[in-house]
Structure formats: C-alpha cells, structure tokens
Design a protein around this ligand. Structure first.
Ligand code: ATP
Ligand code: MG
Ligand code: MG
Ligand code: MG
Length: 471
C-alpha cells in the first residue's frame, strides 16, 4: 500500500522525469492576489505566468500545492464531515504547461499516470469534457480507448474554466473514479452526481482562449493547468472509499482517540463524523498558522477562528472538558512535517496559539451550548431556529454563525439567517444611536470602523455584567 507521502513523491517524480520543474508549494496566503482569501488551487502561484506578465526559467512545472477552501468562491467547510471527499485544507497535485504542450500531451500524461503508474483499472474510470470540445472527446477515445458513453459532455460552467471576467479561459475535462454500486450516487451530469459513488479525482484545464471585454481570441500558445486531490487519489490507491480512511487521517484520528479516550468508530465500523471534522480542522489550523494567519475577528483570521471553534465544539461533543486540540499538533507535525518543514518550524507557535484559543472559548462554549440546546429543545426536523438566538450565541458566547448551523444540521434544523443578520444590523444601529461621542465626526468614524472590524463583543469587557464574554 502506498502512503500519502509516497504518492505525493511519485506524482512529482513522474512529471519531473517528463521534463517538468518541481516547484515548491506557495503559501496559503497568496502573495500576488489580494482579492483571494486563501490559495485554493495549484495555478494560483502561476497566474501571472499564464497571462504572460511574469516569466519563469521553465515552461513546464509540477507542484503539490497546499490549498484551503473555507471561504470565498470555493467554500467546502459545510461539506466536511458530510461527504467522503471534501476537506477544508487539502493538497492539490498539478502539472502545468506554460505555452508548451497542450491537450493531447496533457491527456496522455494524465491517462498514463493513472492507469500505468498508479495501476487504476480503466473500466472504473470515466471522463467529462465541455460539450463543445470535440477535440478533447476524440482524444479521450483515441488515447484512453474509452467508450463514448464514458466520455460525458457537460454544457455547464463546471467544464469551462475562467481566471476572471477577462483573461485566459478554456474548456476543462475531469477524470472520475467509480467507487462501486454499493455507494449512492450517479455519474457526472446525472441528478445523483453529488453522491459519493463517482468521485472526481483530476481536473484538466485547457487554457486556449483569451477573453477580452468584447470578444474571445485564440491564444497563440495555449497552456495547461491541472489539479488532482492527493487525498482522493490516495483513497483509491489504498482501497478505501472515504478520504478520512487513508493512512494520514487514520493517524490523526488515532491521536484524537488517544487524547480523548473515546473510540472513533461506531458499532457498524463507520467513523464518527466529529472525528473527521477534528482531523480536518487540525490540518487547516496548523497549516494556516504556519503560513502566518492567526485567529482574529476579521478576514482570514476570522475564518481560522471559525474553523478552530467548530473543531472545539466537536471535541466537546465527544466529551472533552479540557483543551485538547493543541495536544494533537505533534501528530500533525509527525505526519506532514517532513513534506512541509514550515509546519515543523511553527510547531511551538501552533500549540501555544491553539491552547490560548481553546482556553478563551472554552469558558463560554459550555454555556452557549446549553443555551442552544434549551432554545432548540422543542424543534423538530424541518423547523427553523431563531436568528435572534443565533445572534445572542454569536454576540455573547462567541459562537460563529456557521457553528450554530453545524450544530443543528444533524437534526435537520435550519437557522433563520435573515433574523440573525437583522439582529446584527439592529445592534449596530443601536450602538450608533447610543454613541454620545465627542461631537467630532472623525472620532466616530474611527470608533465604528474599529468596532465593525473587531466585532461588538470585544467591547463587552466594559460591561461588568457580561465580563466573561469572549470573541
Ligand atoms: P468537487 O466537484 O468534488 O467539489 P471541484 O470540481 O470543486 O471538486 P476542482 O476545483 O476541479 O475541484 O479542484 C481540482 C481537484 O482538487 C479536484 O478534482 C479534487 O480532486 C480536488 N479537490 C477539490 N476540492 C477539494 C476538497 N475540498 N477537498 C479535497 N480535494 C479537493
Ligand atoms: Mg468543489
Ligand atoms: Mg467538480
Ligand atoms: Mg473540478
């Protein structure tokens, strides 16, 4: 059985020996794109190379890129614990051609790796192409010998990639693996495609056009951008179905079991989803901090804080009464520190920051949870939870909105988001009305600016009756 670390190396070596420069992962905080919350794909560090604004001494590259999809356009936070294939933090394996080889060679390289090097049976694989991309359709027939009913034409944006409103764009093609008919789900393009039977493993983007405001031009030297989830390919190669069953996650889940003194498996052998969430969020928090993100009340730091608090709630559900997440960091470093030395270097910082955050939130977590339980006691499946109470949980107990949502989702209860938002708006308006201030408009702007950024509760320390409020 190949472990995750070997599979990563195998991928890099395969493309390395096919003339690709092995390039290190870029940080999770994108250097060249302030509009992007986190690096969410392998191509992010090469954006300017694709547009021609930047030149590199190579025309082919291969990476294993750290990615986080927990906010912004790509947000998989809600999927964690519910699907077999999504993480917040994951590694995207990718090969890139900057005006060098194109469609035919890209398909050939991908097909050979998957079927020859990795040895996946061809009859378990199927592909999608953009509906109008006859060229890709023919290439899959020719190179892979796939029957026509396993090359699925998709007319939606899922199979047409764009860097933005303008710039490079082009059709894409995805490789799917069929995990077997004992699992619910249908092929891509079918109504059941969101199930976990047919899982997308690799996305090949054929950048062949340049979109201008008025028209689309053919790029004189088209490019290739691909992305394959390391955890998803490892899942197949290790003969399991759920990403959380691969060697790496077993180790992290094992460490969590030891720290909590609770078994992760249910009686039927399946994993308790809370263990999956904790293992996933442990990776996200560790890698984000290693790249300089610290928990806070705005922007990237708030996404991190939300992830951490969500993990803490799941640990609490498993019976943890004391901070426990920080004790899992050494297991993460053991599993991934060799491939990512920045993680080892930041170990001390990650442990300390996580423990401080656990202590801080721990004080109000239990009280908030009992309020949540009380307020939702009478609700049955399909009911809606008061947005105002969700706001109190946020404001007084430091519960990020999505934590409340996550807590109620297993019971089929939705949160009244509008109610939450209007309670938030009302509180802001009230605070403005109550503001006596100095009569100096500039002062007020500064005060509200700070308040909006750090969140109201940071100021509750002034209010002695709610002195233990956090956030
Ligand atoms: P899906 O449709 O399954 O959500 P996607 O189409 O959003 O995947 P891409 O944006 O094409 O994914 O990313 C390229 C590859 O990265 C995917 O084929 C998949 O193998 C992997 N990947 C994407 N999102 C995740 C995730 N949240 N966790 C783990 N792997 C992922
Ligand atoms: Mg997705
Ligand atoms: Mg997809
Ligand atoms: Mg895709």
């Amino acid at each position: 059985m190949s472990g995750v670390n070997e599979i990563r190396t195998k991928f890099l070596d395969y493309f390395g020996s096919n003339g690709h420069e092995i390039v290190a992962s870029s940080p999770l905080v994108p250097r060249n794109d302030p509009t992007l919350l986190f690096t969410n794909a392998g191509m992010v560090q090469f954006k300017n190379v694709f547009t021609g604004a930047e030149h590199r001494p190579y025309q082919r590259a291969v990476t294993s890129q750290k990615c986080v999809r927990a906010g912004g356009k790509h947000n998989d936070l809600e999927n964690v614990g519910y699907t077999a294939r999504h993480h917040t933090f994951f590694e995207m394996l990718g090969n890139f051609s900057f005006g060098d080889y194109f469609k035919e060679r890209a398909i050939e390289l991908a097909w050979n790796l998957v079927t020859k090097e990795f040895g996946l049976p061809a009859d378990r694989l199927l592909t999608t192409v953009y509906a109008e991309d006859d060229e890709a359709f023919e290439l899959w027939r020719k190179i892979a010998g796939l029957p026509e009913d396993r090359i699925i034409r998709i007319a939606t944006d899922d199979n047409f990639w764009r860097m933005g409103d303008t710039g490079p764009c082009g059709p894409c093609s995805e490789i799917f693996y069929d995990h077997g008919d004992h699992i619910w789900g249908g092929p891509p393009g079918s109504p059941e495609e969101d199930g976990d039977r047919f899982i997308e493993i690799w996305n090949l983007v054929f950048m062949q056009y340049e979109q201008l405001p008025e028209k689309r031009l053919d790029l004189p030297r088209p490019s290739i951008d691909t992305g394959m989830g390391l955890e998803r390919i490892a899942t197949i190669l290790q003969g399991v179905h759920d990403n959380y069953e691969i060697d790496l996650f077993r180790a992290l889940i094992g460490a969590t079991e030891d720290a909590l003194g609770v078994r992760a498996r249910n009686a039927d052998g399946t994993l308790n989803p809370s263990f999956k969430v904790i293992a996933d969020h442990l990776r996200a928090l560790g890698f984000l901090m290693a790249d300089g993100v610290l928990p806070s009340n705005e922007g990237r730091g708030y996404v991190l804080r939300r992830i951490m608090r969500r993990a803490m709630r799941h640990a609490n559900m498993l019976g943890a009464t004391k901070p426990v997440l920080h004790r899992l960091v050494p297991a993460l470093v053991r599993e991934m520190g060799q491939a990512y030395p920045e993680l080892s270097r930041a170990e001390g910082l990650i442990v300390e920051t996580t423990e401080a955050e656990e202590v801080r939130f721990g004080r109000t977590l239990t009280r908030g949870l009992s309020l949540l339980e009380e307020a939702s006691a009478g609700l049955t499946e399909g009911a809606s939870f008061s947005g105002e109470t969700a706001f109190t949980l946020y404001d007084t107990y430091g519960f990020p909105y999505d934590l409340t949502e996550d807590a109620l989702r297993p019971r089929g209860i939705k949160v009244d988001r509008e109610g939450f938002e209007s309670a938030m708006a009302e509180q802001k308006a009230k605070a403005r009305a109550n503001w006596a201030g100095s009569g100096d408009a500039a002062d007020e702007r500064v005060w509200f600016g700070v308040r909006d950024r750090v969140g109201a509760t940071e100021f509750l320390g002034y209010d002695t009756t709610r002195a233990d409020a956090t956030v």
